[in-house]
Design a protein around this ligand. Structure first.
Ligand SMILES: Nc1nc2c(c(=O)[nH]1)N[C@H]1C(S)=C(S)[C@@H](COP(=O)(O)OP(=O)(O)OC[C@H]3O[C@@H](n4cnc5c(=O)[nH]c(N)nc54)[C@H](O)[C@@H]3O)O[C@H]1N2
Ligand SMILES: Nc1nc2c(c(=O)[nH]1)N[C@H]1C(S)=C(S)[C@@H](COP(=O)(O)OP(=O)(O)OC[C@H]3O[C@@H](n4cnc5c(=O)[nH]c(N)nc54)[C@H](O)[C@@H]3O)O[C@H]1N2
Ligand SMILES: [Mo]
Length: 789
């Protein structure tokens, strides 16, 4: 039985130790000593030669030179594999042989790792010992090579044959009282074929418990876009972005997280576009960019990117955009048509008067004070907005991960609609997705709240009655685990433990599950903080060849993905698998389904796992726009999925796009409290840490830092580089992260930043967006306390 965890001091590291659920004392926080911080001046430019050098350095160190550089040349080519990094699209036309970026290169090299984790490794280290190492160290141990099991009461993982592993999952699933005691998590790397099979399996098993990483990522965008445009995705193509005359980049750090977006911004800029960056941090990529694809960029000659940098306070985006909208409405009141595109508004939208009245009433003082941006700057942005309708707004997590995340996105939509910047070339909403196939997974039906029409199509295509009751999202799943309501938990990729909020709570929750299963390529902490029993099932990466034997003939299988702009494309691995025992994740899903469903199955799961054309034929029957999936996906460059707003069709209840009124968040901070945002360093992919350097921000050697403004440091009586404990405050509860180094950084006063996932212990499980339930990872109230010397 689980006891409460307690605070201990392990080799000088203070933290809560998890209760022993039979596998030994598991550490949630690594206890090995960390190097000291080294701080340099933040860089003013992104990429260029250092980026190319860094990516090759990383490729060489991880993968060995030959295996390291060859995959880089295959990246995002029309006959190569889809980059396992971010979801930024590839150009439709000719592609440069070097169309990769530093961080895409790191993602590929990390997967092409020449190191291996074998059964010997697990015999050598107990799970308790592994848990004393950092997350960085765990992923650096190399690729997983064979299926492993952690049995009840065992201290070590042991090898298990694939067949037995599938039977173990089937037994666990079929012993539950209700299918809703099972949960099927998906991380956004899963390819379309795996995702479609997975959701069909979960629903044939009888549950809509399909939480995914999107619940913690762009859930707010999906909710807001569906509410306002009737369609939950962005509306632009890459060409639109390059043809825009005004581009906003809001709450996004493209230099690190979507480096190829900088090339598109540079192209737009050369055609005369203006760029406005909205961010509390002066991110290098937003300020200036050196294109590594061009000689001048290589030599260090950069393009100045942002024409205007609006250094908004954390969660100050609604007041900022309301200020811009207010300026537009007031100008239009004086001279109708000067700022509002009335032709578009009358024909395609509803609710304009509510919007106009609400912004007229908003006091300037409040808007300036809450946003931290002056009225003069808002007015300058409004001048540029009035000059053109070819406006694109790009956004990512700085917008979505707040208690009013959906409201933030809706406020951006208001601006686009007011100008009619929708469904015309060079204009629209550019919702920049994260994981390389997170958008595709949703298209394929991985969602805990499926539309009734979708379930009807599944029913008709596969002759079964899908469950209608909505399932649990990622956050609600942890709460259900805590109450003992989830008994079997399967993760298709990802790192649910470290990605979700409230690490301690989530860890306690996972330890109450009977069987946790993870399908993955590398070891992470989620494999150490497990249920009573755990399976670790290693799979092929996207860069590797997926061979199948069909009727004794060996055939190569390919898979497909969808990028941020709705283009579906095939992806073919090129490299010898890391181990002969690996299976493709699609096949793993199908074989679990075959074992678990038995006679209940209405498709031939084993055949689906052998030949993905069968799965694609299934996709064709169910997913809109995919009627000829097997044919279209084989076209070079792929095909576009339908996107109604691009044609000015808005499938809302009224058939029109909706203006919304989004109140500015009101949060009264007490003296000494700061508002914390959590961000990615330049050297990580989500919970996968590639290294300990955040080059552009000038922070080296450690990730356990808190970035604070100089004035706040003085006022709090702290000295830069001092060690502090960070406490978050929410609904009368506190959570503490111990021994972080405080860093002086040019962030607005009253704001602070820490790295994800180290900061997730501070994020309350209940602090989520009011509409979408996306965790408010980017507005946490904290205080800092110097640690006793
Ligand atoms: N190399 C690399 N690429 C990645 C990832 C990765 O970890 N590494 N992750 C992938 C995934 S899954 C995703 S979802 C994306 C994430 O891509 P981003 O959203 O760019 O990721 P974050 O580092 O979380 O950065 C958020 C940005 O928002 C700013 N910000 C924080 N709070 C606020 C706010 O209140 N208002 C505004 N306006 N800005 C704010 C931060 O300063 C930061 O610049 O990247 C994807 N690509
Ligand atoms: N505080 C805070 N928390 C956040 C965020 C934040 O900004 N702040 N961002 C949130 C966001 S946007 C997201 S998307 C989530 C990310 O949440 P997840 O998607 O759950 O986490 P990842 O870190 O991307 O998963 C890494 C693991 O995926 C496995 N993996 C890698 N490649 C493959 C593959 O090809 N197949 C399979 N099956 N497995 C593979 C490896 O084992 C690796 O250890 O985190 C969220 N959490
Ligand atoms: Mo994400």
């Amino acid at each position: 039985m689980i006891q409460h965890s307690e605070l201990t001091n392990d080799g000088g590291v203070l933290h809560n130790v998890l209760a022993d659920n039979g596998h030994g004392p598991i550490r949630l926080i690594p206890t090995r000593a960390e190097p000291q911080l080294r701080q340099r001046r933040p860089e003013r430019k992104a990429t260029g030669l250092p980026a190319v050098v860094n990516s090759f350095k990383y490729a060489i160190s991880e993968a060995g030179i030959v295996r390291g550089t060859l995959p880089l040349l295959q990246l995002n080519q029309k006959d190569g594999f889809d980059c396992p990094g971010c979801a930024w699209p590839d150009p439709d036309g000719k592609r440069s042989a070097f169309d990769f970026c530093e961080n895409g290169a790191k993602a590929v090299a990390h997967e092409s790792d020449s190191r291996r984790i074998t059964a010997d490794f697990f015999a050598q280290y107990s799970v308790a010992e592994l848990s004393t190492y950092s997350d960085y160290w765990l992923e650096q141990q190399g690729r997983l090579t064979e299926p492993m099991v952690l049995r009840a009461g065992a201290t070590h993982y042991q090898p298990i044959p694939w067949g037995e592993a599938f039977d173990m999952i089937a037994t666990s699933l079929n012993s539950q009282r209700s299918p809703d005691e099972a949960s099927f998590y998906t991380s956004g790397k899963a390819v379309n074929e795996a995702a479609f099979a997975y959701q069909l399996f979960a629903r044939q098993f009888g549950t809509n418990n399909l939480p995914d990483c999107s619940n913690m990522c762009h859930e707010s965008s999906g909710a807001a876009l569906t509410n306002t445009l009737g369609f939950g995705k962005g509306t632009v193509t890459l060409e639109d972005l390059e043809n825009a005359e005004l581009i906003f980049v809001v709450g996004q750090n493209p230099g690190t997280n979507h480096p190829r977006q900088l090339t598109a911004l540079q192209h737009a800029k050369r055609k005369g576009a203006k760029i406005i960056a909205v961010n509390p941090l002066p991110e290098a990529g937003l300020i200036s960019f050196m294109n590594p694809q061009e000689t001048l960029g290589m030599l260090g000659v950069g393009t100045k990117l942002a024409d205007l940098f609006l250094q908004v306070k954390i969660n100050g985006d609604v007041p900022l955009f309301k200020g811009i909208l207010k300026t537009l409405v007031e100008r239009d009141d004086v001279q109708p048509g000067a700022a509002i595109n009335w032709g578009f508004v009358h024909k395609y939208t509803t609710n304009i008067d509510d919007l106009r009245n609400s912004v007229r009433q908003a006091p300037w003082e409040d808007l300036e004070q809450l946003s931290g941006v002056s009225r003069a700057q808002m007015s300058l942005a409004a001048d540029w907005v009035c000059e053109t309708e070819r406006i694109v707004i790009c956004w990512c997590l700085g917008v979505t991960q707040h208690q009013n995340g959906a409201g933030n996105v809706q406020e951006l939509v208001n601006l686009l609609l007011l100008r009619g910047a929708m469904g015309m070339p060079g204009a629209g909403a550019c919702c920049v997705r994260g994981h390389s196939n997170v958008q595709g997974d949703r298209t394929m039906g991985v969602w805990e709240r499926p539309a009734p029409e979708f379930l009807d199509r599944l029913r008709d295509a596969f002759q079964f009655e899908p469950p209608r009751r909505h399932g649990l999202d990622a956050q609600r799943t942890a709460k259900a685990m805590h109450r003992g309501r989830i008994k079997t938990f399967i993760s298709l990729g990802g790192n649910y433990l470290m990605a979700l909020s409230d690490t301690q709570f989530t860890a306690d929750a996972l330890q109450r599950v009977e069987l946790t299963v993870r399908i993955g390529t590398k070891l992470n902490r989620a494999d150490l903080v497990t249920g009573e029993q755990a399976l670790l099932l290693p799979c092929l990466g996207r860069t590797e060849i997926d061979f199948r034997s069909i009727h004794n003939v060996v055939q190569e299988q390919f898979t497909s993905t969808e990028n941020s702009m709705g283009v579906v494309q095939w992806s073919r691995g090129r490299f010898t698998p890391a181990s002969s025992l690996l299976l493709g994740e699609t096949e793993i899903v199908c074989r679990i389904a075959a074992a678990a469903l038995g006679a209940k199955a209405t498709v031939d799961w084993l055949a689906w796992g052998q030949n993905y054309d069968y799965i694609r034929a299934g996709i064709a029957k169910v997913i809109p726009g995919c009627a000829h999936y097997n044919r279209d996906v084989r076209k070079p460059g792929g095909f576009y999925l339908p996107n109604p707003p691009r044609e000015r069709k808005f499938p809302t209840a009224t058939g029109k796009a909706l203006f919304t009124v989004n109140p500015a968040p009101e949060r009264k901070l007490e003296p000494n409290q700061l508002l914390l945002t959590t961000i990615r360093s330049h050297d990580q992919f989500n919970t996968t840490i590639y290294g300990l350097h955040d080059r552009y921000r000038g922070l080296h050697n450690t990730r356990r830092v808190v970035l604070v403004n100089a004035a706040d440091l003085r006022q709090l009586g702290l000295i830069a580089q001092q060690k502090v404990n960070v406490t978050s405050h929410f609904a009368g509860q506190t959570r503490t992260a111990y021994q972080f180094t405080v860093v002086e950084y040019p962030i607005p006063a009253g704001c602070a930043a820490m790295y994800y996932p180290e900061a997730n212990v501070l994020a309350p499980i209940d602090a989520t967006d009011m509409v979408s339930n996306c965790p408010a990872f980017k507005s946490l109230v904290i205080t800092l306390a110097a640690t006793p010397a």
